[in-house]
Design a binder for this molecule. Sequence first.
Ligand code: AMP
Ligand code: MG
Length: 422
Amino acid sequence: MTTNLTRAASCSDDYDPDSMSVDKARKYIRDYLDPVQTREWLPLRSALGRVLAETILAPYDVPGHDNSAMDGYAFNADDLQPSGRTRLRIVGTAFAGNAYAGMVDKGECVRIMTGAVMPSGCDSVVMQERAEVENEAISFDPEVKRGQNLRRAGEDLRRGQTVFSAGHLLRPADLGLIASLGMGEVRVFRRLRVAFFSTGDELASIGQTLGPGQVYDSNRYTLHGMLARLGVEIIDMGVVRDDPVLLRIALAETAASADVILTSGGVSVGEADHMKPLLGELGQVVFWKIAMKPGRPLAFGRVGNAHYFGLPGNPVAVMVTFYQFVREALLILMGQPEPAAIPRLPAVCVAALKKVPGRTEFQRGTLFLDQDGAWKVRPIGNQSSGVLRSMSEANCFIVMAEGCGNVQAGEIVQVEVLDGIV
Ligand code: AMP
Ligand code: MG
């Protein structure tokens, strides 16, 4: 990235800042990211949502011993009667955490609980519901097989195997898996610091009285929410007027304290007059018109050492561009080389959609399970990029490819699921 972004991009054959496809923009962005390098040790619980900075190898087998998957009776399958019922004498009990110490001989079995170590001489467990107990013996029918209800040592993790590679984002199951190895601390990359501010003379902050023609700044709240979900350190710099002096101060201040700067507003054709020269002076920033709707203007590059994203001001466009460009970039910057994409799935569209070919569209929709068992999507009524309510009502984007035109009701469309994921 420290190579000249503006020059490198414009040297590419098919580089057209005024008509940049979503995929191409994503690729340019990916090529100019310098992920966080600093590492720190964290107690396991605090590492949720953080990215591992080193590979974890299993120091032991998990489980450490063969054990029972069921409450039942452990025995040796050599005793199985191929036809007719098998009868075995109960010689003792094995509890989880309290093994049966003796050897189990021919014709014998041990009462065993889930998780208890398999007694010597046993290789199978018949579940208690299938065993008939009479006096100090059991009998069961011939369907029971060798190795049944046996959990093998190392079945979950084998000693020496790679449990996670560096760059893995830690989820709840991962914390448990690491705990199963007895590890209480993990080495992770430090938290990414993301600073943001809104630009616009028309913006008022909450607590201020709205003047004529003013609107409350909502972008800082959606941005805060989206960033919080990613687990980054958030630095909210407030609202900055469309004034070159104030914008310069804000950009210089954020560049000194953050890894990433996000701004909203001020990058559209009619508005970039202040931002363009400033960003040219303080760093290297390209201004793109992305072939997408909503979210056409986007600025990307560096201000000082910080990565910079200039998002459009429209509240819906902020969210769409965040999910399409910023989210992936932040996950990479956090230390994940290959972040999982937001799932994209086919669904039946229950209403006609209007679209002109030439731009990728991200219409807002509600994905629902219909009575006929199929997943269907209903577009939200008002698709204007200023109507933030459409994002609140939606649980998915209907992604319409650049080349595609109108969609008839009943056609299959691609949806990106937002609920609970982002
Ligand atoms: P801009 O990209 O600055 O031209 O802004 C486009 C539209 O988004 C205008 O209607 C702005 O009033 C609106 N807008 C810009 N920033 C915000 C914000 N932080 N909160 C709410 N609306 C905004
Ligand atoms: Mg503006």
